[in-house]
Design a protein around this ligand. Structure first.
Ligand SMILES: Cc1cc2nc3c(=O)[nH]c(=O)nc-3n(C[C@H](O)[C@H](O)[C@H](O)COP(=O)(O)OP(=O)(O)OC[C@H]3O[C@@H](n4cnc5c(N)ncnc54)[C@H](O)[C@@H]3O)c2cc1C
Ligand SMILES: *[C@@H]1O[C@H](CO)[C@@H](O)[C@H](O)[C@H]1NC(C)=O
Ligand SMILES: *[C@@H]1O[C@H](CO)[C@@H](O)[C@H](O)[C@H]1NC(C)=O
Ligand SMILES: *[C@@H]1O[C@H](CO)[C@@H](O)[C@H](O)[C@H]1NC(C)=O
Ligand SMILES: *[C@@H]1O[C@H](CO)[C@@H](O)[C@H](O)[C@H]1NC(C)=O
Ligand SMILES: *[C@@H]1O[C@H](CO)[C@@H](O)[C@H](O)[C@H]1NC(C)=O
Ligand SMILES: *[C@@H]1O[C@H](CO)[C@@H](O)[C@H](O)[C@H]1NC(C)=O
Ligand SMILES: *[C@@H]1O[C@H](CO)[C@@H](O)[C@H](O)[C@H]1NC(C)=O
Ligand SMILES: *[C@@H]1O[C@H](CO)[C@@H](O)[C@H](O)[C@H]1NC(C)=O
Length: 538
């Protein structure tokens, strides 16, 4: 629970300034009242909009704020909080909020699913308002035309559920965790177990509705090709508020096959991980062979630790064909029929989300998640990591508690090799063997614990440097990492400053993103620590 700060009675204001974190000076209090008035007055449907606005003194404010926070690092007593949260049910509410924020110089943060790794959808260092799209989450699946309109506040779990409701052979290629929001996920790329067959979520977008800095509601035609390009992987929050996406759905067989097998170091784990690097990116694109790595307590010897490699797979076909492919390409893994299970695509969504198969599919509609303390990073690998380097990695796992650190290797290849680097802002295509996702999680709430685990993660990242992409050392924008650099605190930032992180996320597409930004938002209204800059001061 956070302290209620902005009670605007003057004695309380002084109290809050003295004893808790607050942005409000007296001048700002006035300013903030004006902002609130603006919101309620300028709305075309003022009375209904005022019921969607949560000021800090509202008894529901904290629960609305906390509901979509997934990283507990950004939910502490010292985390800056928004002056206001608005939860639009109508485009006009978004337009009004943008208008009033410009008049009263408030920064906005846009939140869909709240999974941002650095909390950028709900934390800012200057006075700000959150536009939380939680009420805009309808999904309209057109099974006949194999398309869907999805409002930005929907989660991918809701999307998968609505598709399965209409068809058992339609699907969508996006992430694994059902509570991820489509607003951030599609805008930054978005991948899951079908990436090698169909590409990213962003690759399926065929139209979008966006509210721009002037409050105009634009679609694919009216926004023009450049802006439509930028929002499909360049991080939509630099360009406007996405209201909805239209996507192509993909066809899958009515029966797919899954398996997970675990191999420890005593079971030839190092050799298998090494071999995986040359198999998984090249094998048939219907087969996605993902790899999870972590330290575990040894089951054989009390007090001993080992590394566990967990091979987790989706095959768009049946067991027999899968066994043939595995026997041809990866016999060392020793996959047998008993390891495999046939099921529908929607059941495979539960499987990969670690939800028991006995659960009803309705669980995909449950948006309630838990916030954990974590720090994540990412890398792209272009050449196989040598066995000796893998062995060094296992040693580094043992510096933290078993299971606290996890690496996920997600293979590329397949259609990812065929989509040109400049097709969307997401540039990590041909030439990549796999992506590495690093995460360390912890439970201690104190700041020194956070520092300790974050330092550990930085050391691990340094260790990996020789084995991953270089010049730039690429990273995935959806695994946002402020260690890579961030913009200046003021309105404008320099190219030199922004290119530190910008080239890592976007490689050769960064300059085109800046060009689009200068066209559509030259005053840099839509900004955050890693938003595309509009002005280059050298
Ligand atoms: C538990 C977990 C599992 C994950 N699994 C995967 C995975 O399998 N595959 C994968 O690719 N990624 C995965 N991710 C990363 C995820 O794709 C990103 O964190 C994504 O940006 C989250 O989108 P969101 O809407 O939930 O987040 P938010 O925090 O709401 O938003 C993230 C960013 O997008 C902006 N944004 C959000 N909505 C809008 C909008 N409507 N208009 C404009 N800008 C908007 C925000 O301002 C912020 O900058 C995972 C993250 C977590 C925490
Ligand atoms: C105004 O609000 C009412 C009540 O919430 C709603 O039924 C109506 O559709 C709204 N009209 C507009 C134009 O938003
Ligand atoms: C809190 O805000 C909500 C949404 O605007 C409103 O419906 C509710 O009446 C407010 N509660 C109080 C106590 O002001
Ligand atoms: C909260 O603050 C607003 C703006 O100052 C004020 O209008 C409102 O009456 C306050 N509500 C409560 C419940 O104190
Ligand atoms: C499919 O698309 C066509 C052409 O846009 C449209 O006329 C038709 O109504 C759509 N089908 C459904 C079920 O909406
Ligand atoms: C693999 O290990 C994980 C724990 O890391 C466990 O939950 C899972 O059940 C194991 N799977 C199999 C098939 O043994
Ligand atoms: C490890 O690999 C060797 C050589 O390929 C093989 O003989 C042995 O059976 C494997 N061990 C396990 C536990 O799979
Ligand atoms: C590993 O074993 C230690 C005791 O040896 C125990 O304290 C710890 O909880 C175990 N960790 C896990 C993840 O099982
Ligand atoms: C939704 O998920 C949360 C967290 O996992 C859980 O605590 C809650 O019971 C679930 N709610 C329902 C209705 O299943």
């Amino acid at each position: 629970m956070k302290s209620p700060t902005a009670n605007l009675a003057i004695p309380l204001l002084f109290f809050s300034l003295l004893f808790s974190f607050s942005w409000l000076t007296l001048a700002e209090t006035h300013h903030y009242d004006n902002f609130l008035q603006c919101l309620t007055l300028h709305s075309g449907n003022a009375s209904s909009f005022s019921k969607l606005i949560y000021a800090q003194n509202n008894s529901s404010y904290s629960s609305v704020l906390d509901f979509s926070i997934r990283n507990a690092r950004f939910s502490t007593p010292t985390t800056p909080e928004p002056l206001v949260i608005v939860t639009p049910t109508h485009v006009s509410h978004i337009q009004t909020t943008i208008k009033c924020s410009r008049i009263h110089d408030m920064q906005i943060r846009i939140r869909s699913g709240g999974h941002d790794y650095e909390g950028l959808s709900y934390v800012s260092q200057v006075p700000f308002v959150i536009i939380d799209l939680i009420n805009l989450r309808s999904i309209d699946v057109d099974a006949e035309n194999k398309t869907a309109w999805i409002q930005a506040g929907a989660t991918i779990g809701e999307l998968y559920y609505r598709i399965a409701e209409k068809s058992s052979t339609l699907a969508f290629p996006a992430g694994v965790c059902p509570t991820v929001g489509v607003g951030g996920h599609f805008g930054g790329g978005g991948y899951g177990m079908m990436m090698r067959k169909f590409g990213l979520a962003a690759d399926q977008i065929i139209d979008a509705h966006l509210v721009d800095v002037d409050g105009r509601l634009l679609d694919r035609n009216s926004m023009g090709a450049d802006l439509f390009w930028a929002i499909r992987g360049g991080g939509a929050a630099s360009f406007g508020v996405i209201v909805s996406w239209k996507v192509k759905l993909v066809s899958v067989p009515s029966t797919v096959t899954v398996f997970t097998v675990n191999r420890t170091l005593e079971e030839n784990g190092t050799m298998l991980v090494h071999k995986w690097q040359s198999v998984a990116p090249k094998i048939h694109e219907d087969l996605y062979l993902r790899l999870f790595l972590k330290a575990v307590n040894s089951s054989q010897q009390e007090g001993k630790r080992t590394t566990q490699a967990s091979f987790t797979s989706l095959f768009l076909g049946r067991i027999d064909q899968l066994l043939v492919l595995m026997q041809e390409s990866f016999p060392e893994l020793g996959i047998v029929k008993e390891d495999c299970t046939e099921m529908s695509w929607i059941q495979s969504i539960l499987y990969f989300a670690d939800i028991p198969q006995s659960e009803s599919l309705d669980i995909l509609l449950n948006r309630t998640g838990t916030a954990v303390f974590f720090k994540g990073k990412s890398d792209y690998v272009k050449e196989s990591i040598p066995e000796t380097a893998l062995e060094g990695l296992w040693q580094r796992f043992y510096e933290e508690e078993p299971e606290a650190v996890q690496l996920i290797f997600s293979p590329y290849g397949g259609i990812m090799d065929e989509i040109p680097e400049s097709e969307t802002p997401y540039p990590h295509r041909a030439g990549n063997l796999f992506n590495i996702h690093y995460v360390v999680v912890w439970e201690e709430e104190d700041a020194s614990a956070s520092q300790k685990h974050i330092s550990y993660m930085r050391r691990l990242y340094r260790y990996m440097e020789p084995y991953v992409s270089k010049s730039p050392r690429s990273a995935y924008m959806n695994y946002r990492d402020l260690d890579l650099g961030s913009n200046n605190k003021g309105r404008y930032t320099s190219y030199r400053q922004a290119s530190k992180w910008g080239l890592k996320y976007f490689n050769n597409n960064f300059n085109r993103l800046i060009h689009v930004k200068r066209m559509v938002d030259p005053q840099n209204f839509f900004r955050h620590e890693q938003s595309i800059p509009s002005l280059l001061l050298g």
